[in-house]
Design a protein around this ligand. Structure first.
Ligand code: ATP
Length: 515
């Protein structure tokens, strides 16, 4: 745990020190759970968004995009169920005055039991050596089985009481398990209450004429209300999808995990409209397809796992999360939800407009079913950033901090460095920049010794450094240094574009989704 916390602290300070993420309005002591992306962060975030958009929209001929407004007609949120049901159960500690999500307290308790299971596995793996069979051990070891049963029964009870709105039982569960305030250890809890997460505001000039509106808590509804417009104008045939990226707002109760849980964040969502009855097969299809997208970035298969929901949201008939191993453990990164025809039917009912599709093959109209994929861009940023931040021991005994971002996502693809600030080297370096900048984000740096400049690029994740030296004057070659291996090779200036292009092209990376 201490190692994990340590790593998380490093992530926070690196993100700030190297211009990736700043706290919002920092000069006024910040606004809780709201963050700004800085000069390098904005590039990384944009590249992640592009990587998603290309995979979802450009590579699927039956998926198109929209960019709907953040403010929507308030009835949207009545129809979607958010006014009545977009609540989290909150609980306050009477001594510390800290507020928590009751369900998260219980889930964290279970995560600790899971930690014990992992310990048993590590111990046994050591004891049995090569002959260790993890699956068999997990299925037969009495202690592990006991822990697993405990987790299952706790989460089962939590899901049931939340579903029945039995908040008194959620409190009873917290007390029975002896869960204490993680900050202070106090067990002096208030009752559990429901808390609506939507931010409301007013539209209109005068108090009498103003209307209550909401900042959207998810981008999905902007897709549903446009479903028929897009289907008709795009002459889309089922199955087809509509994708969108954009801001969403939630007045989160607990917001203490940096950009993992923010009050203003960005989602990348795709709603896939299908024939009723085919939802199981499309649900499995999108689970597989989305996992392949994640794995294409090469951040380690062992860092992902599926978590099937026990407690389904009011709109879903099946739901799973893709969880990622963040510095604070496995947590939800993306959700895949089979939403049935809930949303479109609700909008039909509340708007009085038909939202149906005429299926020429079936020769009838129906309200399509929907499978949704929904990922938080900021969470994806945190996943990539924390996974890439590495402190390496070098052979000469020194350490280097390197951000081993997948090159396709790196803010700068290449830094151009004249070895010295004279003898015409800066001029050649600038000529190279002037040529490469048409294809890649490039960085020019002539200050300090070249070793120091390499380290600066390592810290912001630039996959290539090109050094112009005196030999360049003679033979038009430069040194190309690779970030991860630190290997250096001599290549012709005229080959740079192609060599760098091959290693950072979206084409090359996205093709991995297919394998
Ligand atoms: P959680 O259980 O963590 O609150 P959720 O199940 O409410 O998340 P969804 O409503 O399914 O999340 O939203 C889809 C995705 O949006 C999530 O997988 C996550 O990546 C992202 N997301 C949701 N809430 C936030 C937030 N407050 N800050 C950043 N990203 C978020």
């Amino acid at each position: 745990m201490a190692v994990q916390e340590d790593q998380f602290k490093k992530v926070l300070s690196h993100a700030k020190e190297y211009g990736f993420v700043f706290q919002s309005s920092e000069i006024y002591d910040g606004l809780s759970a709201v963050y700004d992306y800085a000069q390098h962060g904005v590039e990384l975030k944009k590249n992640i968004r592009d990587y998603w958009w290309k995979a979802m929209v450009q590579l699927h001929e039956n998926i198109v995009g929209v960019d709907a407004a953040i403010l929507m007609h308030p009835t949207t949120w009545k129809a979607s169920g958010h006014v009545d049901a977009f609540n989290d159960p909150l609980i306050d500690n009477k001594d510390s005055k800290k507020r928590y999500r009751a369900d998260v307290l219980v889930e964290d308790y279970c995560a600790k039991i899971e930690g014990k299971i992992n310990k048993e596995v590590t111990k046994a793996a050591k004891r049995f050596g090569d002959s260790f069979d993890k699956d068999q051990f997990m299925a037969t070891n009495p202690r592990v089985l006991g822990y697993q049963d405990k987790i299952k029964s706790i989460l089962g009870r939590l899901a049931k009481s939340l579903e029945n709105e039995d908040l008194a039982d959620v409190k009873a569960l917290i007390e029975e398990l002896g869960i204490a305030d993680p900050m202070t250890g106090s067990k002096n809890w208030t009752e559990v209450k429901q808390f609506n997460l939507m931010f409301g505001t007013q539209i209109g000039a005068s108090a009498e004429n103003s209307t209550q509106v909401y900042l959207r808590p998810e981008t999905a509804q902007g897709i549903f209300v446009n479903f028929l417009n897009v289907q008709k104008t795009g002459r889309m045939k089922i199955p087809f999808g509509i994708a969108q990226t954009g801001k969403a707002f939630r007045n989160e109760i607990v917001a203490r995990q940096f950009i993992f849980r923010m009050r203003e964040f960005e989602q990348m969502e795709m709603q896939f409209f299908i024939k009723p009855g085919t939802q199981k097969e499309w649900y499995e299809h999108w689970k597989k397809t989305r996992l392949a997208w994640h794995l294409s970035l090469g951040m380690g298969e062992e860092n992902y796992r599926f978590h099937d929901h026990e407690k389904l949201a009011h709109y879903a008939d099946a739901a799973a999360d893709i969880e990622f191993q963040f510095p604070f453990g496995f947590k939800e990164l993306e959700g895949i939800h089979s939403r049935t025809d809930f949303d479109l039917s609700q909008h039909e009912q509340f708007s009085g407009k038909k939202l149906q599709y005429f299926d020429p093959q079936e020769n009838k109209s129906y309200v399509p079913y929907v499978v949704e994929t929904s990922i938080g861009l900021d969470r994806m940023f945190l996943a990539v950033f924390s996974n890439s931040l590495i402190e390496e021991q070098l052979e000469n005994g020194s350490t280097r901090t390197v951000l081993k971002l997948p090159p396709v996502l790196a803010p700068y693809k290449v830094a151009i460095l004249p070895l010295v600030k004279k003898d015409g080297l800066p001029e050649i370096a600038k000529e190279i920049v002037a040529d490469l900048k048409w294809d890649f984000n490039t960085f020019y740096d002539e200050k300090d010794a070249v070793g120091k400049r390499y380290r600066r690029q390592d810290a912001i994740g630039t996959p290539f450094c090109v050094t112009v030296d005196h030999q360049t004057l003679e033979d038009q070659t430069v040194t190309l240094r690779h970030r991860d291996s630190m290997d250096q090779e001599r290549i012709a200036i005229s080959d740079l574009r192609q060599i760098i292009g091959n290693l950072v092209s979206m084409r090359m990376w996205l093709k991995k989704c297919e394998s």
